[in-house]
Design a protein around this ligand. Structure first.
Ligand code: FES
Length: 68
Protein backbone atom coordinates (compact mmCIF):
# COMPACT_ATOMS: atom_id res chain seq x y z
CA UNK A 1 0.00 0.00 0.00
CA UNK A 2 1.08 3.54 -0.57
CA UNK A 3 2.08 5.38 2.56
CA UNK A 4 3.42 8.55 0.95
CA UNK A 5 1.78 9.71 -2.25
CA UNK A 6 4.02 12.72 -2.66
CA UNK A 7 7.11 10.53 -2.91
CA UNK A 8 5.49 7.29 -4.09
CA UNK A 9 6.64 5.35 -1.04
CA UNK A 10 4.98 2.09 -0.03
CA UNK A 11 4.95 0.12 3.19
CA UNK A 12 7.26 -2.33 1.40
CA UNK A 13 9.77 0.46 0.82
CA UNK A 14 9.66 1.28 4.53
CA UNK A 15 10.11 -2.39 5.44
CA UNK A 16 13.10 -2.59 3.12
CA UNK A 17 14.64 0.52 4.67
CA UNK A 18 14.24 -1.02 8.14
CA UNK A 19 15.74 -4.30 6.96
CA UNK A 20 18.75 -2.30 5.76
CA UNK A 21 19.22 -0.73 9.19
CA UNK A 22 16.79 2.16 9.60
CA UNK A 23 15.64 2.11 13.20
CA UNK A 24 13.20 5.01 13.51
CA UNK A 25 11.19 7.59 11.57
CA UNK A 26 14.17 9.90 11.16
CA UNK A 27 16.24 7.11 9.61
CA UNK A 28 13.42 6.18 7.23
CA UNK A 29 12.86 9.83 6.31
CA UNK A 30 16.54 10.27 5.52
CA UNK A 31 16.62 7.04 3.50
CA UNK A 32 13.39 7.47 1.53
CA UNK A 33 12.27 11.06 1.91
CA UNK A 34 8.96 10.02 3.45
CA UNK A 35 7.13 12.97 4.99
CA UNK A 36 9.38 15.58 3.41
CA UNK A 37 6.79 17.29 1.23
CA UNK A 38 3.23 17.76 2.53
CA UNK A 39 3.90 15.76 5.69
CA UNK A 40 0.44 14.14 5.76
CA UNK A 41 1.96 10.66 5.70
CA UNK A 42 4.10 11.06 8.79
CA UNK A 43 1.57 9.52 11.16
CA UNK A 44 0.94 6.50 8.95
CA UNK A 45 4.66 6.07 8.29
CA UNK A 46 5.26 6.05 12.04
CA UNK A 47 2.56 3.41 12.47
CA UNK A 48 4.13 1.20 9.81
CA UNK A 49 7.57 1.66 11.33
CA UNK A 50 6.26 0.79 14.80
CA UNK A 51 4.45 -2.28 13.47
CA UNK A 52 7.58 -3.54 11.72
CA UNK A 53 9.86 -2.86 14.68
CA UNK A 54 7.37 -4.43 17.10
CA UNK A 55 7.18 -7.48 14.89
CA UNK A 56 3.46 -7.22 14.44
CA UNK A 57 1.92 -7.42 11.01
CA UNK A 58 0.47 -4.21 9.62
CA UNK A 59 -2.79 -4.54 7.77
CA UNK A 60 -1.42 -4.54 4.27
CA UNK A 61 -4.91 -4.84 2.81
CA UNK A 62 -6.21 -1.67 4.40
CA UNK A 63 -6.48 1.57 2.53
CA UNK A 64 -5.48 4.62 4.46
CA UNK A 65 -6.32 7.09 1.72
CA UNK A 66 -9.44 7.38 -0.38
CA UNK A 67 -8.49 6.94 -3.99
CA UNK A 68 -11.61 7.90 -5.90
S1 FES B 1 2.14 12.14 1.40
FE1 FES B 1 4.16 11.96 2.17
S2 FES B 1 5.01 13.96 2.08
FE2 FES B 1 3.01 14.12 1.21
Amino acid sequence: MYVCFCRGITDGDIRNAISKGASDFNDVREELGVGTQCGKCARLANEVISDVLDGSSADSNGLFYNVA
